[in-house]
Design a binder for this molecule. Sequence first.
Ligand code: MRU
Length: 351
Amino acid sequence: MIPPRLIYKKGKLKVLDQRLLPHRVAYLTVRNAAQTAKAIKDMVLRGAPLIGCAAAWGFPLELRTRRPSSWKETLTLIKNAARIIKAARPTALALFYAADRMQEKAAAIIAGQKEFSPKKYRLLVRALEREAAKVTEEDRLACARMGALGADLLKKNSIVLTHCNAGALATMGIGTAVGVITEAHARDRIKHAYSSETRPYLQGARLTIWELQRSKVPSELITDNMAAHLMKTAGINAIIVGADRIAANGDTANKIGTYALAVLAGYHKIPFYVIAPTPTIDASLRTGEEIKIEERSSEEVTFINGRLVAPKGVRARHPGFDVTPAKLITAIVTEKGVIRPVNRASIKKQF
Ligand code: MRU
């Protein structure tokens, strides 16, 4: 079993601290929007869908700490909370989807009110708690559906490779890419799974292989630079990854290194599957060129486990994500179905 990622109890959100995994299971408590945003920024929690769920909880948390005396003041508090939360990380659409949804829900409730009263304010907070719980539950259900649809794409004895962590730890359900692998394993279709370590933040080494081990999926960890060799020699049947944001034409932003895997998969004629819930698809962006790529600190590249591994003072580039062109993607699996081929028309059709 993978420990719960988020536990909400009135006024506080306990967040599984993924920075400590796989060695220690511990929780950090956040109590308002700023603390929620900081936990997202500092990678206490990560993975697009989970970031979205935490962002949703940030709103009732924030309002519980406040005592406004009018609806106007309440709306300002909500607007500020949305601004703080949206500034946490730029690439995963789920964060913006959840923040907009919570803001719209609150605005709709307030628009139906006449007089302000503390009792009505408390009812608003409860309604936002229910909405955040809904965001969470929708994610859990989407993962289960994508797991089933994705597992259908795999044949018995499949050998698969996944990148970063698109598992239970990145969602409130069984995960996206890893959910497909564990579901296919439950159906006896997985012979072997490879997880690439995912430099520089090591989500594959610290999180994915831990999940696969716990789910008893026969698996091995590889370093990122082993992927081409294994695609040539190990009989890999599918590459399965998650996504942070998908443009209207299917270009997909995911963890840095995904694009390289897609190029290699194309060369070796291995199917390349993206598994992502619909709040990942950004219909407002024509192509992947418009996706904002997060630049993270160079220390995350130059230090491993707190130890400097490069010359002192050296600067390092650290784009957190890259964009895989739609033409390299065999299919995108959402909770609504399988999009194949991946192009503007097929994506539009699913909606
Ligand atoms: O920087 P991270 O760890 O948040 O990046 C996570 C990924 O890139 C995942 O592949 C993506 O969010 C999909 S998670 C279901």
